[in-house]
Design a protein around this ligand. Sequence first.
Ligand SMILES: C[S@@+](CC[C@H](N)C(=O)[O-])C[C@H]1O[C@@H](n2cnc3c(N)ncnc32)[C@H](O)[C@@H]1O
Length: 304
Amino acid sequence: MQSIIYKNTRADFYLADCLETLKKLSSDSVDLIITSPPYSDQRKLTYGGIHPDEYVEWFLPKAEELLRVLKPTGTFILNIKEKVINGERHTYVIDLIQALRKQGWLWTEEFIWHKRNCHPGKWPNRFRDSWERLLQFNKTKNFNMYQEAVMVPIGNWAKTRLKNLSETDKRRDNSKVGSGFGKNISNWVGKELVYPSNVLHLATESSNKSHSATFPLSLPSWFIKLFTKEGDVVLDPFLGSGTTSIAASLLGINSIGIEILQEYYNIAIDRFSEETGKKNPVVEGKITNGEQKFSENQLLFLYG
Ligand SMILES: C[S@@+](CC[C@H](N)C(=O)[O-])C[C@H]1O[C@@H](n2cnc3c(N)ncnc32)[C@H](O)[C@@H]1O
């Protein structure tokens, strides 16, 4: 295990099977888990894989530990997508959602990551796949959420739409289909920022060639802003090339990353140093902060 400590934040990197490392972490100690596990055996040539029929069985013991280490106010974001087998979508993601609910998780929300720059292609029986799921699970309904942190500009539509308001626009206009929803358009006059939707339009990043399945930095960054504040801890149990740790560090949030393969573990630490600018580590020796959840003989790298 290596820790990179910078001013008030730290990033811990474990080279291990996440199931083993998770067992060593304290209960109720993590504020946000965001991860992209192997999507069954989609990339078995690079980092192995799990047969879709065995996916739920493989994932559940890890999820049990994730449930234990997450704080009651915390959130778990799972980036996943079902693969196509024999011409149809396998149901392991749907099966997993049901199994996680039985395990005690609340399935609070589903976000869609729309890959803005997805390459065009031609398949005989389907169109190009340009989105992935980000499933949100919680332990309780009272989880921390900092919605103001991800507000977006209202957009040019507002300039024309809000210029001449009708009488209906000036009062709450309830839905005609009886959904219970209503809107008062005049509330938006003078507003520069609005809340986003649950569809994230983010480009994939092809510049990182060192790992075959990285997610873009903007993806964990968005969820870290939404679900954490200064001093919190983000965990990625399937760290890959370290994107989550980099995003957390750039936002001043502590992180714990676990990666099973030496090659990716090394890449994650190198990338972290390069992209966060926390270079030229000075080996300081043993950690002396007395936190028993971290091993005693870990290396401590001090920057800045
Ligand atoms: C989809 S990739 C994650 C990519 C990452 N989000 C990024 O941006 O680079 C999944 C990673 O999980 C790792 N992995 C697979 N099984 C694991 C396990 N049991 N414990 C820890 N890591 C594991 C794989 O080696 C792979 O690097």
